[in-house]
Design a protein around this ligand. Structure first.
Ligand SMILES: Nc1ncnc2c1ncn2[C@@H]1O[C@H](COP(=O)(O)OP(=O)(O)OP(=O)(O)O)[C@@H](O)[C@H]1O
Length: 637
């Protein structure tokens, strides 16, 4: 049974089409119902004392969204608006979901459903240094399949979306963030909606699209969503907090939710009449949305008030259920009969609308171009990398200026080599971790629409961050090598540089591993320095690897600093001879130093090989953690 009124929606002179034009060339079937949900119940586990109980969040919610309709989900805080939106969009995580959801009359298929529907999150996670045009253009390259859209058609699609969402004036403005001034809040939201509209979705879900916007921007956003829904024949469902009367009247239909129950679902135009008929007359000059929310909100000011408001909410929901039961049954054309047959036979209909994915190389090359554009525009980051490298090279180079072949030279040489190893850890891991973490969140948002593969994103990050880290580290290495006067032998210079590069790559892998695995950047900032400090302590300078207690000796096998320091030390000291001051005892050859410091267990090349292996392992673990993080964990009906 349908829970909606069977009226034509009329809003501000725009008539909702009963049968929308299907942009993909196929009509929506025998009916224009795009999404239908029946008897949705959702419970979560909550602790009561020492026991866990199921707490109901949504109770028996039924309804449908038709092509061209814009539907608002309204309710007070905690009513279940976001939960309902997430259940319908296939993004609900944890808990127990039951009922039935049909997309164009068929059971949803997780992959294809996400590709042909769109979800605009509340927080607009986008690359701040890209312009509006670039943001939409990269999204079109990633999301629109090459075998259906030529490059020109993709560009045309971007232009259409820019026109539809009135973004022409902001076309070349950067998105911006707290550090960089960019587009306005309203424009930002419209870009976020635009990236989702590129694929001509059949369903558009929006979570609080007006939050944080002034009334004019909010109205524009809702108006444009409505206009696009009508033009493209899509159904838009959005949660919204206390809309103004003008915004309320833009919606074709409203779902009024309270305590997880539907208090009203039907055309906006008949809501006032419905409530008047059950004894709640909205005052003439009051915003209907405010009036309805007041009716549905629990009053916590006193126990009596709370009990009264709970009873009122229950009555409202019961009255609506009775009202729905009195409505005429849905006409056969509205029933998803053939698809229901399929569902009852346990078949999943993925739909004829599915957008195929582009090949891996196209995804990778687009992401790599986007990453390089972002990185090269991030002037403070790049300058920081270069200045840090030059400053450290000068400081440390002059600290150990022109090393001598004396006993002091032995000590200083070991110091320089250890600092070189250290410089391939902290200065690589910490700045890149912040950058990576932000991009990981953008990736998780983009992946929620099945935009691209995790592997193409990950490889793109390695091939962007890797060269940037190596370039700045090259400056550091050349500076320190020649100022401190390490052995001027071409072979030794290049082997030293190769060791330094490998160590830097392990750090990039380590950074990707931490950045992929941690829940928040704050945890990353605790975990990464702690592990790096352990790597330095066991690196070979502070304690002889052979003297470390067997309980902790295993650390050397997974410690890149030890392999790096051992390789650098062997490379530098091999063949050197030292002059002892008269009457003192000292190392006379480099071989003695290598032996005394316990860094000769493996040859230089073996140490380099271990570093390469560690880099590969770290990157593999990082990739696996990222896959696990990005894996949709939602419950599907
Ligand atoms: N996974 C969950 N675990 C525990 N409680 C949950 C979970 N999901 C939802 N809830 C609870 O369900 C209720 C409804 O949450 P929901 O976020 O849908 O409300 P909302 O109407 O969107 O509220 P707001 O407008 O404040 O965002 C809240 O009380 C929330 O705490």
């Amino acid at each position: 049974m349908s829970a909606v009124f069977d009226e034509e929606a009329m809003t501000e002179g725009i008539q909702t089409p009963r049968r929308a034009v299907a942009p993909h060339g196929s009509a929506a079937g025998s009916s224009d119902v795009i999404l239908r949900w029946d008897e949705l119940n959702y419970d979560v586990k909550s602790k009561v004392g020492k026991t866990e109980e199921w707490r109901p969040i949504l109770h028996g919610i039924t309804g449908e969204a038709r092509a061209g309709e814009t539907i608002a989900i309204i309710g007070s805080s905690g009513a279940g608006k976001t939960t309902l939106l997430n259940a319908l969009s296939g993004r609900i995580v944890g808990g127990r979901l039951s009922g039935q959801i049909l997309f164009r009359g068929a059971k949803r298929h997780p992959g294809s459903f996400k590709r042909v529907t769109a979800y605009v999150q509340q927080d607009d996670l986008m690359h701040p240094l890209l312009t509006v045009q670039e943001t939409l253009s990269y999204a079109s390259k990633l999301r629109l399949p090459n075998n259906q859209y030529s490059a020109e058609q993709k560009a045309e699609r971007v232009n259409t979306v820019i026109r539809q969402l009135r973004l022409e004036a902001a076309r070349n403005t950067k998105i911006g963030d707290a550090a960089t001034r960019g587009v306005s809040g309203g424009e930002r939201k419209r870009v976020s909606i635009g990236t989702e509209l590129l694929t001509d979705p059949r369903l558009l879900f929006l979570d609080e699209p007006t939050s944080g916007l002034d009334s004019n921007s909010s109205e524009l956003v809702v108006e444009l969503v409505k206009k696009v829904s009508v033009e493209q024949g899509l159904a838009a469902l959005m949660t919204i907090h206390q809309p103004s009367a003008r915004i309320f009247n833009i919606f074709d239909k409203v779902i009024l939710l309270s305590q997880g129950r539907v208090v009203y679902f039907g055309p906006t135009s008949t809501a006032i009449e419905y409530f008047a008929n059950i004894g709640y007359q909205c005052p003439v000059h009051e915003n209907p949305a405010d009036y309805f929310i007041d009716l549905m909100t629990l009053d916590y000011r006193s126990d009596d008030a709370l009990a009264r408001s709970k009873t009122q909410v229950k009555e409202l929901a019961d009255q609506f259920a009775v009202h729905v039961s009195r409505q005429p049954a849905a006409t056969p054309s509205e029933k998803p009969s053939s698809a229901s047959d399929n569902v009852s036979k346990g078949m999943e209909v993925s739909g004829d609308l599915d957008l195929p994915r582009n090949n891996w190389f196209h995804e990778y090359s687009t992401l790599a171009r986007r990453d390089w554009t972002n990185a090269l525009r991030n002037a403070p980051f790049l300058m920081g990398q270069v200045i840090q490298a030059i400053f450290m090279a000068l400081l440390i180079g002059f600290m150990f200026f022109t090393l001598k072949n004396t006993s002091i030279g032995v000590q200083n040489r070991l110091g320089v080599l250890f600092i070189i190893a250290v410089n391939a850890t902290f200065p690589v891991v910490m700045p890149f971790l912040t950058m990576y973490y932000k991009e990981r969140d953008i990736m998780i948002r983009e992946r929620s629409s099945a935009t691209y593969r995790v592997s193409s994103f990950f490889v793109s990050k390695v091939t962007t961050f890797g060269p940037i880290a190596l370039a700045s580290n090259t400056l550091f290495f050349i500076g320190i090598y020649f100022i401190s006067h390490l052995e001027f032998v071409a072979g030794k210079f290049f082997v030293g540089l190769a060791t330094f590069y490998c160590l830097s790559l392990v750090s990039i892998g380590f950074m990707l591993m931490v950045g992929s695995g941690v829940k928040s950047i704050e945890v990353g900032f605790v975990v990464a320095p702690a592990i790096l400090t352990i790597q330095l302590l066991f690196g070979g300078l502070f304690a002889n690897p052979h003297s470390i207690t067997p309980v902790l000796r295993w650390i050397r096998w997974v410690n890149p600093v030890q392999y790096g320091f051992a390789s650098l030390t062997q490379n530098e000291f091999k063949g050197l001879e030292f002059v002892c001051s008269q009457g003192t005892q000292c190392y006379q050859t480099g071989a003695e130093v290598i032996n005394a410091y316990g860094v000769g267990r493996f040859t230089t090349w073996q140490n380099i090989l271990f570093l390469i292996m560690l880099a590969v392992v770290d990157m593999f673990v990082g990739y696996s953690l990222l896959r696990w993080k990005a894996k949709p964990k939602s419950i599907w009906l």
